[in-house]
Design a binder for this molecule. Structure first.
Ligand SMILES: Cc1ncc(COP(=O)(O)O)c(C=O)c1O
Length: 379
């Protein structure tokens, strides 16, 4: 008899015993600041919709117009018949905005990261990753033919001493669970002429830099490879790898997640181009985030688990996973929706609340959250 059933049941039981089992909640309005769960309303502090675009009527209209023009799905992978003028226009707009020759589109950030590492790296290459990089990068690094090593989080000395031979250094611009920023200027200096640099800016694009051009623009650097994802500040989904002409041509041939996967719907590409225009021109969204950021940091400045960040990602460290979950339940009783982030997503003993601010929150809501966390975590 195959062992699959027993193995799966054991794995689930083990997660349950450790109090780490995950459960999907069906929500109404999970992409907005006000969500409904089992007929109760909550202020949502868990979405990655940093700029508040996911429910923006202009963006919704752009997607509807895209459907009117292009129909529903793309019907094929890009190299067959799935690549339309909408995809081309999006690629060109991204290149223009971010200052690259080429942008290669993917259906998700997960697949863009995997395609980047799998296609670029060969045996005898070295990939050096910040140890807090996203699961998509870590997994690809472990599975590809190159040797993967990790460097201590944001530790330039540890990174520098490991560069050896044909090396690709990979970091996030803004770390997804910690909300802190990579020291990109220093990383670019130590890799200059010695290694290639890839930056996954899933959480910095749209939020940081001039006209929202992201962490690299903010730091004044241009890595060889820049991954931007559209499921967070863009309010939609998908991703792109920005690169030079040669790398773009190479990825078009060898990035299997691009070549062998149905292209994103053309209407979505049309909406994404509109999202770029909104991100670039609507500075008020970033100004609003900065105001909320200051409000949050000020209110929790001397709270024990508060970690100061300059991004909309606000970790509040609890440590013990079950205590983190218990705190989310208490916050829910006050109408506040937050998610506890537990191992294996974060290391053992580092369970936390992951609070995210968006341009659609109000100062009043942020104050209420900060005061609730403060009062519930005082002994
Ligand atoms: C840093 C980082 N990279 C990549 C991804 C994956 O992006 P996507 O959700 O588009 O697959 C995520 C998603 O959470 C992320 O946080």
């Amino acid at each position: 008899m195959p062992l699959f059933n027993q193995r799966m049941a054991d794995a689930i039981a083990s997660r349950e015993q450790q109090g780490l089992a995950r459960k999907i909640a069906t929500l109404d309005g999970g992409n907005s600041t006000s969500l409904r769960f089992e007929n109760q309303h909550y202020v949502n502090f868990s979405s990655n919709d940093y700029l508040g675009l996911a429910t923006d009527p202009d963006l919704a209209l752009a997607w509807q117009q895209g459907i009117d023009i292009y129909g529903c799905g793309s019907s094929a992978s890009p190299l067959v018949t799935g690549f339309s003028y909408a995809h081309q226009a999006l690629e060109e707009r991204l290149c223009d905005w971010l200052g690259y020759d080429r942008a290669i589109l993917f259906s998700s950030g997960f697949s863009a990261n995997q395609a980047m590492l799998f296609s670029l790296l060969e045996k005898h290459d070295l990939v050096l990753q910040d140890r807090l990089n996203h699961a998509s990068l870590m997994e690809a690094g472990q599975m590809c033919n190159a040797t993967m090593k990790r460097f201590r989080h944001n530790d330039i000395a540890h990174l520098t001493q490991q560069i050896d031979g044909n090396t690709l250094v990979v970091t996030e611009g803004v770390f997804s669970m910690d909300g802190d920023q990579a020291p990109l200027r220093e990383i670019a200096q130590v890799t200059q002429g010695k290694a290639w640099l890839a930056v996954d800016d899933a959480h910095g694009i749209g939020v940081l830099g001039q006209q929202g051009r992201g962490s690299c623009n903010h730091a004044g650097i241009k890595p060889q490879l820049l991954v931007v994802t559209f499921g967070k500040a863009f309010g939609l989904s998908g991703a792109a790898i920005l690169c030079d002409e040669l790398t773009g041509n190479y990825l078009t041939q060898y990035a299997r997640h691009h070549v062998y996967s149905t292209a994103m719907p053309p209407a979505q590409a049309h909406a994404l181009r509109c999202a770029v225009d909104m991100i670039a021109s609507q500075q008020w969204r970033r100004d609003k985030l900065a105001e909320l950021n200051d409000c949050f940091n000020q209110h929790l400045a001397d709270a024990p688990g508060h970690i100061h960040t300059n991004t909309p990602i606000k970790p509040y460290l609890i440590g013990d996973a079950s205590q983190a979950v218990a705190l989310t339940h208490l916050l829910r009783e006050r109408g506040l929706w937050l998610t506890a982030i537990r191992p294996p997503t974060v290391p053992q003993g580092k369970a936390r609340l992951r609070i995210t601010l968006t341009a659609n929150h109000t100062t009043k809501q942020v104050k209420q959250l900060a005061e609730s966390i403060y009062s519930l975590t005082q002994d």
